[in-house]
Design a binder for this molecule. Sequence first.
Ligand SMILES: Cc1ncc(COP(=O)(O)O)c(C=O)c1O
Length: 369
Amino acid sequence: METYKVRFVNYPRQYQQLKREFDKVFEEIMSGGDFILRRHLEEFEKRIADFVGTRYAIGVNTGTDALYLSCHALGFGPRDEVITVAHTFVATVGAIVQCGATPILADITDDFNIDVDKIEEVITPRTKGIIPVHLNGHSCDMEKIIQIAKIHNLKVIEDSAQALGAEFKGRRCGSFGDIGIFSFYPAKMLGGVGDGGMVCTNDKEIAHKIRAFRDNGRVDSPQIIECFGWCTRLDNLQAAILNMKLNYFNRWIDRRRKIAELYDRGLEGVDDIILHPRSNDDYFDVYQNYVIRTKYRDKLVRYLKTAGIEVLISWPIPLHKQKALGLGHFKLPKTEQISSEVISLPMYPELQNDEVEMAIDAIKNFFNS
Ligand SMILES: Cc1ncc(COP(=O)(O)O)c(C=O)c1O
């Protein structure tokens, strides 16, 4: 195993900082035997709905399942086309395919999100929905997307897996579309101790469907089966831990934004780097990731490894270039350029200022040598 001076994520550090609280939650759940669909999950769902600004929130097993169940609830199926991007985690496109619908991939812009000016070019009579992805904790232009969706009568699922807390024009990601989904994968804005996901919506009927789908068709009574479903509930233990962590969430967002400022300042003026896109007044960014771009990406990654700085490339091969997926017919020049240039730098609330400085110095040394 590599030894790094600066880790890309550091889960044990957070456990050490909050050990008493983690242990208390574990003891409470174990002592009560409250494992499946219990009050901690209900409480967490209420708090996430309040936080995001939707009427309903339904806890599921993963962000992947949240996407898939959402596509299913909106009735995406064979003969339907759903527009999204190739610069995303595979689950976004996978959810469309698993419903039998056809993914249509649009190009992105320098903020890593869907190019809203390209959406209408790919709408056809078969288009049924759009899945905008708020990548790296930065919202898409939701005003434009909702406007296009209204004109063409399309459903919108916001893939907010990386954007809990991010805002566009004062409103939180996940609250604009018919549905907003979130992931509680450990490295995410609010990370669990394992997998987790959430579906948010203002629509009572959609909320009811998702509840039924996640628990084998059961909602109000274990004896009444409303439909065939799946077993993809968010565990009560996971919800209880996430509930505890939610108490720190706003502080953690502030810290991420401070770290982003340190990177912005420290790397400003370094030739051959494009810095993470800056926010403006319309966008409140939460920096799920801090991503720089450079033509010398692969060399820089190798250099940082020898300097003890752990980084991540999300994603070096865009989905339309993944041979097994059969999406090679899409032409997405900006996506291809960006995937060949991106590097995600260490970014998590427990990251110390001197570690950020080490990462900055290593990058500067690379470009000065
Ligand atoms: C943009 C995006 N969508 C969906 C997902 C899927 O979430 P999960 O890992 O919880 O299934 C992820 C997680 O990596 C993601 O980054």
